[in-house]
Ligand binder design. Structure first.
Ligand code: 13P
Length: 288
């Protein structure tokens, strides 16, 4: 069932669990995530970066693919199609294309400009029942050409953005995209607690979910994180399993060159990874 993400995250905040946002890259990714959510009776958010949207043929193609799968694979759990780290123009395009949720990432702008632009996106999106994620304090690392420096968000800025009617907020607390470096200091739970104190009953989003230890994930959830974004980990397991397929010369056996066979081990690996994350996040059996 295709829905906006506001209600599922409010439910998650109340129930002290988090909904996984898994980035999609192609048809196999999308099908793997949707089927895993259905098998585990879990709500799910399909994250689409601007780069991945373009790669898949455009935002309308993505919406068509997801809607078709929801219908034909009988996916009854709540599913949101969510723009990840959208630009101002990108967010507007996704609102038009039929996304049910958008992130406008104005963290690169001075706070007043971020506020102005976020406000405009909220008005547009809410007029169509679409949920909005905003960001304060850039998330570190690099994702699809979007480079953030890894900051601790300013709690007063978080408060200002949270008052614009957004549905959930991404605030940097030392998290970064991609694999964490050896010397990573971990999440800043003091900052998380202070931010939460300023924004009240608004769900928080934790980006850079790849490689964050389980105990830190659980603590973050207990402090108000209700959406956790995972991308790199699925990419890594997909590529590892695909590599094995070729290393074991499976492509040379019978019709092993058929792309449906080539992509199957990677597809299964994504399913296992998504299930593992849903267990850690506590979203299994939370579809209602
Ligand atoms: P990772 O690639 O580190 O899992 O981060 C994903 C993310 O935050 C998407 O917005």
């Amino acid at each position: 069932m295709l829905v906006a993400a506001d209600k599922m995250l409010k439910d998650a905040l109340k129930g002290k669990y988090a909904v996984g946002h898994f980035n999609i890259n192609n048809l196999e990714w999308t099908k793997a995530i949707l089927e895993t959510a259905q098998e585990n009776n879990s709500p799910v958010i399909l994250g689409v970066s601007e780069g991945a949207g373009k790669y898949m043929g455009g935002y309308k193609t993505v919406v068509g693919m997801v809607k078709g799968m929801i219908e034909e694979l009988n996916i009854t759990v709540p599913v949101a199609i969510h723009l990840d780290h959208g630009s101002f123009e990108g967010a507007k395009k996704c609102i038009e294309a039929g996304f049910t949720s958008v992130m406008f990432d104005g963290s690169k702008y001075p706070i007043d400009e971020n506020i102005e632009k976020t406000k405009e996106i909220v008005e547009l999106a809410h007029s169509k029942g679409i949920s909005v994620e905003a960001e304060v304090g850039a998330i570190g690392g690099e994702e699809d050409g979007v480079i953030g420096q890894g900051e601790i968000a300013d709690k007063n800025e978080c408060k200002r953005i949270s008052e614009l009617g957004i549905d959930f907020l991404a605030a940097g607390i030392g998290n970064i995209h991609g694999v964490y470096p050896e010397n990573w200091k971990g999440l800043d739970f003091n900052a998380l607690g202070e931010i939460k104190g300023e924004i009240g009953e608004m769900p928080l989003v934790l980006h850079g979910g790849t490689g964050i230890p389980t105990d830190m994930i659980k603590e973050a959830i207990s402090l108000g994180v209700s959406k956790i974004n995972v991308n790199t980990e699925c990419q890594i397991v997909f590529t590892e399993e695909t590599r094995k397929y070729f290393e074991e010369n499976k492509d040379k056996e019978k019709k092993g060159f058929d792309p449906r066979k080539v992509l199957k081990p990677g597809y299964e690996a994504i399913k296992a990874k998504v299930k593992e994350k849903m267990e850690i996040f506590g979203s299994i059996d939370k579809a209602n």
